[in-house]
Design a protein around this ligand. Structure first.
Ligand SMILES: Cc1cc2nc3c(=O)[nH]c(=O)nc-3n(C[C@H](O)[C@H](O)[C@H](O)COP(=O)(O)OP(=O)(O)OC[C@H]3O[C@@H](n4cnc5c(N)ncnc54)[C@H](O)[C@@H]3O)c2cc1C
Length: 431
């Protein structure tokens, strides 16, 4: 939209309205959506849309869902609380509470376990912090409690040495592959296999064309959601996003008579799940390596991290040789502010033009809405918290596509918005 017509619409907009679409009339009212990517982000989004009547085609480069970042045997809803009232801890908390009710039916049907998650403090200072968090947030809240040594043993099944721990009884672990498979089992959802190399908007027909690796048109859709993790960097429309591909490896530790007593997920430095089918999952590492091969040195790091939590855990895993352990490595998609990216894809050049005043004065009052590519959305950047972020992101995106009220307060919604990076970069004169 040109400058003059934008200026005509200024009256009721504030400088912080960049997340609203200046051309809402161009949003599609059709009920057909294509989602690229069948990991946790894509499958939760497809399911949220199918549940409100959309017909969804999910396209992935693998035959089956959750074969990449979301492919671990056991994933944990990892809680992280803070006393700060910034969007990150607030969204983490909301995502975790939402996830706990979202996965209830999965747990009831025997997928994973709502066994509770226990966070061991990493130091005396950390234990004090946990105490303060509980005093400030936990006493009026049944979502978590502060355990003493006696209750740690009673609940976890292990005589851990830690004097205290935060405990989240309503959380647990899930097998993401089975979760994704179940999410896609909906009469309104179909899964197709293709590598999507390019997407192109056809203005006349108001549709998006998707091209495969042979350059052939594979699909055409009125509404497109990109849920293909860090691979969004390969599309010209989303390559401005500051996401990173970060390798992670988990280690599978065989159960023993002693370790089989573990009844909860232990978190702290890394995590350890209760044993299922003869092994515990222990994770996870972080590295810049682009290699998907499992490596012994990462097994060693996982064991060391776990051992540093508690002498008893060290005893439980200390006799395993990293060279003899199995595991799995894949890649996360991370963002600089650790929050996911969910929402309409901005039109980069028009946003820069409309908000360029921010380069001169970061506090400038620019009373206009943002400009977005028609009916193109993204859900990625789930970092290390795919299991908890994905259901909340999917809920948010489905509401946005269906033009329903947002499930999140304005500040929190904006903190997950794809356009936040453009506004921040302009303010810092980086664009
Ligand atoms: C070792 C490790 C341990 C982890 N542990 C946990 C944990 O315990 N708890 C937790 O919450 N999170 C954990 N995470 C993070 C979590 O797994 C991710 O946040 C989550 O899986 C991301 O989901 P996604 O759908 O965004 O990405 P993915 O699962 O990677 O899905 C992206 C999909 O897009 C497809 N795709 C990509 N490009 C194309 C294309 N061009 N055409 C077609 N298809 C395409 C891929 O095939 C893939 O299926 C862990 C991650 C790792 C690596």
């Amino acid at each position: 939209m040109k400058k003059e017509s934008r200026l005509r619409q200024e009256s009721n907009k504030s400088s912080s309205s960049w997340h609203n679409n200046i051309e809402p009339q161009k949003l599609s009212l059709q009920k057909d959506v294509t989602v690229v990517g069948a990991g946790l982000a894509g499958c939760t989004t497809a399911s949220a849309l199918a549940n409100i009547g959309y017909n969804v085609t999910v396209i992935d480069r693998h035959e089956k869902p959750a074969q990449e970042g979301s492919g671990n045997r056991q994933a944990v809803i990892y809680p992280r609380l803070s006393l700060h009232s910034t969007p990150l801890p607030q969204i983490n908390y909301k995502a975790m509470v939402n996830a706990s009710s979202f996965y209830k039916s999965f747990w009831r049907s025997g997928l994973g376990e709502q066994c509770g998650v226990m966070i061991l403090p990493s130091s005396i200072h950390d234990a004090q912090k946990q105490k303060t968090i509980f005093q400030n947030l936990g006493q009026s809240n049944s979502f978590f409690s502060l355990l003493d040594k006696r209750n740690i043993k009673k609940i976890s099944g292990l005589a851990l040495c830690s004097p205290s721990a935060l405990y989240f009884p309503l959380l647990g672990w899930l097998p993401p592959v089975a979760v994704c498979e179940r999410l896609l089992k909906h009469p309104n959802i179909s899964l197709k296999k293709a590598v999507i190399k390019k997407i192109e908007y056809r203005r006349k027909l108001n549709t998006w064309n998707l091209f495969d690796s042979m350059g052939n048109k594979f699909a055409e859709t009125p509404i497109l959601v990109l849920a293909n993790s860090y691979e969004c960097l390969n599309f010209s429309q989303t390559q401005f996003l500051p996401v990173k591909k970060v390798r992670g490896q988990i280690t599978e530790i065989p159960t023993t008579i002693a370790s089989n007593r573990l009844r909860v997920v232990i978190c702290g430095q890394g995590y350890l799940t209760p044993g299922t089918n003869g092994s515990h999952s222990c994770g996870a590492t972080y590295s810049k390596s682009q290699d998907r091969e499992v490596c012994i040195s990462d097994h060693k790091k996982n064991l060391e991290k776990l051992s540093s939590n508690d002498p008893l855990l060290k005893k439980l895993v200390g006799h395993f040789s990293p060279a003899n352990l199995d595991g799995r490595a894949d890649f996360r998609c991370t963002t600089p502010d650790y929050l996911p990216i969910v929402g309409a894809v901005p039109n980069l050049s028009e946003m820069i033009e409309a908000f360029s005043e921010l380069r001169k004065d970061a506090k400038s009052q620019i009373a206009t809405y943002g400009t977005y590519l028609p009916n193109l959305y993204i859900h990625c950047g789930l970092g290390s918290r795919g299991l908890s972020y994905a259901p909340l992101g999917a809920k948010l995106l489905a509401a946005e596509i269906a033009r329903e009220p947002s499930p999140l307060e304005k500040d929190l919604r904006k903190a997950m918005h794809p356009a936040r990076f453009i506004i921040r970069a302009l303010k810092k004169k980086q664009l």
